[in-house]
Design a binder for this molecule. Structure first.
Ligand code: SF4
Ligand code: SF4
Length: 167
């Protein structure tokens, strides 16, 4: 009987305390975000999903030299070389395993052709291992790019001044 009374007093005493906490938070600004409708701006130096750049004429910049793979501390890059009809070297296979990748950006720094970049995309979750292995076709930027004249100008200015650009 004594225990029951004690439990009853506990409930009567603690319930308003709990409700008071709830009540106080009702008038505070929420710290959660209505994602994906709203998104926090990413840090300027954020490194997201990679992309392979092209020249203005649409040809691939990557010459499959392997320097990015050699620089990669996570052994995430795999490639096989090939030649095009003009005898120019390119990658027949170029894959990045995003499950291994630690998004350090060493591949970007190592590339002598300015072919590989880490973009700003971070929404690439998937439910299969295979879905995280990005092939060359997935990594190559589309040609021609779907962008407005304004965006193209900004991209070129960024390139001139060495500012990281998004895909
Ligand atoms: S960002 Fe780093 S870990 Fe990822 S592929 Fe490039 S070098 Fe490897
Ligand atoms: S992305 Fe750059 S470093 Fe990597 S293989 Fe191609 S040209 Fe070489």
């Amino acid at each position: 009987m004594k225990e029951i009374l004690k439990a009853l007093v506990d409930v009567i005493w603690k319930m308003p305390q709990g409700l008071l906490v709830t009540f106080k938070h009702m008038f505070k600004k929420p710290i959660t975000l209505d994602y994906p409708k709203k998104k926090e701006p990413m840090a300027p130096r954020f490194k997201g999903l990679h992309y392979l750049e092209r020249y203005e004429d649409g040809s691939e910049r990557c010459v499959c030299c392997g320097l990015c793979a050699a620089a990669c501390p996570a052994d995430a890059v795999y490639m096989e070389p090939d030649e095009n009809e003009n005898g120019e070297r390119l990658a027949k296979v170029y894959e990045i395993n995003m499950l291994r990748c630690i998004f350090c950006g060493f591949c970007e720094e190592a590339c002598p052709e300015e072919a590989i970049f880490l973009g700003r995309e971070y929404e690439f979750a998937t439910d299969s291992r295979e879905g995280f292995i990005y092939s060359k076709d997935q990594l190559l930027v589309p040609h021609p790019r779907k962008e407005s004249a304004f965006k193209r100008t900004i991209r070129r200015i960024r390139k001139i001044y060495g500012v990281e650009e998004s895909r």
